[in-house]
Design a protein around this ligand. Structure first.
Ligand code: MN
Length: 409
């Protein structure tokens, strides 16, 4: 049976943000990272709300279902807060949560905070980002390298908060003693490559405390610019109790299986009583079978019926997707100019034919474009996609002279 040998967590504001809107939970066997967004501390409220939901414990379900249920609860709370308080409108958070069972690790996530496994000198990403760039990569429109470097890689397509319900991705993997898991916010992975993360792991001695490894990851992200809040949670697994995975789940009800338990095993079992109790529900967890599409013959009437169903489904799904795409575009902001002044726009910086714009002017600042140092004008007013908080932050800094008056390096 597996348990967490050691864990560590570090969260850092980074070099450019004024506040840390990331939050984390680390208490074996559950680990969580949340990356909040929204102006005026709303992002902090959102990520903290998600984390607090985990502090209340997991419901009695399979680990995947339990994690997903806590995430749903957190989503409902965040959504309700964002509806009832105008200062919190539009707030949201990512969440990536892991549960260590006796033989498996379950992960549930929404957004672009990630889970990785380091095993036998190889780093494997366990989660797929719910981000615009990742969608484009999946559609083959971007390569993995392009996606990693893309300027709009922080735009997410799924978060806790915006909707009353949220779709949670869950999965489980067989775990091994010696596995090291990493949960992180995008402040790590948008600043340093996965190869750089792997290098940090490869370069750590087996007796290096995880706390120090976590600090080195955060330092690497800061050295690369630290443009976002950085959160790193690490946990390593070890084998205890001497039992190997039993064939039938019921066999595992006794700690040592057929063999009489040794004194060490009993000690480990006592130490682990709490973990084991919370994992009692986990025993029935099996690795998920690969998804298969059921096939059937498609002749005559079946086929006609299928076409009709397809049309109905297309209509049923198509309309919400169009609305969804519109809603998603409204979550995007960019900074540009309006009549010679720096301005914030909501929507996407594109014009469609027939005079249709995908954006509306949201706010015009009192800062003339000429007041922005020429060398930085292009970079700051490049109409790149930003979150509302980012765009507002940038304008705020310009208005307060934090950027305009700083001489160029
Ligand atoms: Mn972030």
């Amino acid at each position: 049976m597996l348990r967490v040998r050691e864990y560590a967590s570090v969260t850092d504001t980074g070099r450019q943000r004024r506040a840390n809107e990331d939050a984390l939970f680390a208490r074996a066997p559950v680990f969580v990272v949340a990356d909040g967004m929204g102006g005026a501390q709303a992002g902090e409220v959102a990520s903290t709300t998600a984390i607090e939901a985990f502090g209340e414990g997991l419901p009695e379900r399979s680990p995947e279902q339990a994690l997903a249920e806590v995430i749903q609860t957190a989503n409902a709370r965040i959504h309700e807060m964002s509806r009832s308080d105008v200062h919190r409108a539009g707030m949201g958070t990512t969440v990536t949560a892991a549960h260590v069972g006796e033989h498996d690790i379950a992960v549930a996530h929404v957004g672009d905070s990630r889970a990785y496994r380091w095993r036998d000198g190889e780093l494997e990403r366990l989660t797929e980002d719910h981000s615009l760039v990742e969608e484009l990569r999946r559609q083959g429109k971007l390569t993995a390298e392009e996606a990693e470097e893309h300027p709009q890689r922080s735009i997410i397509t799924r978060a806790l908060g915006p909707e009353p319900d949220v779709l949670v991705d869950t999965a489980s993997w067989r775990a091994q003693a010696g596995d090291l898991y990493l949960l992180c916010s995008d402040g790590l992975t948008s600043m340093i490559s996965e190869d750089a993360v792997a290098e940090v792991f490869a370069g750590s001695a087996s007796d290096e405390p995880l706390e120090s490894v976590a600090r080195r990851l955060v330092a690497a992200a800061n050295d690369a610019g630290g443009r976002d809040n950085i959160t790193v949670v690490l946990f390593a697994l070890e084998e205890v109790g001497g039992g190997t995975p039993a064939a039938s789940p019921d066999d595992q009800a006794t700690i040592a299986g057929d063999d009489a338990p040794t004194a060490a095993q009993i000690r480990a079992a006592v130490q682990d009583a709490e973990v084991a109790a919370s994992d009692a529900q986990a025993r029935r967890l099996q690795p998920r079978p690969p998804e298969t599409v059921p096939r059937e013959e498609t002749f005559g009437r079946t086929r006609v019926r299928r076409v009709l169903i397809a049309v109905a489904v297309a209509l049923f799904l198509g309309i919400p997707i169009l609305f969804g795409a519109y809603a998603a575009s409204q979550a995007v902001y960019f900074v540009g100019s309006s009549d010679g002044f720096v301005a914030m726009y909501r929507g996407l910086p594109y014009d469609l034919p027939f005079g249709l714009d995908l954006y509306t002017l949201n706010y015009t600042s009192g800062v003339p474009v000429e007041a922005v140092p020429e060398a930085r004008r292009e970079e700051l007013l490049d109409q790149s996609w930003r979150s509302r908080g980012d765009a507002a932050d940038l304008i705020n800094q310009l208005e307060r002279g934090q950027i305009a008056t700083v001489p160029d390096p």
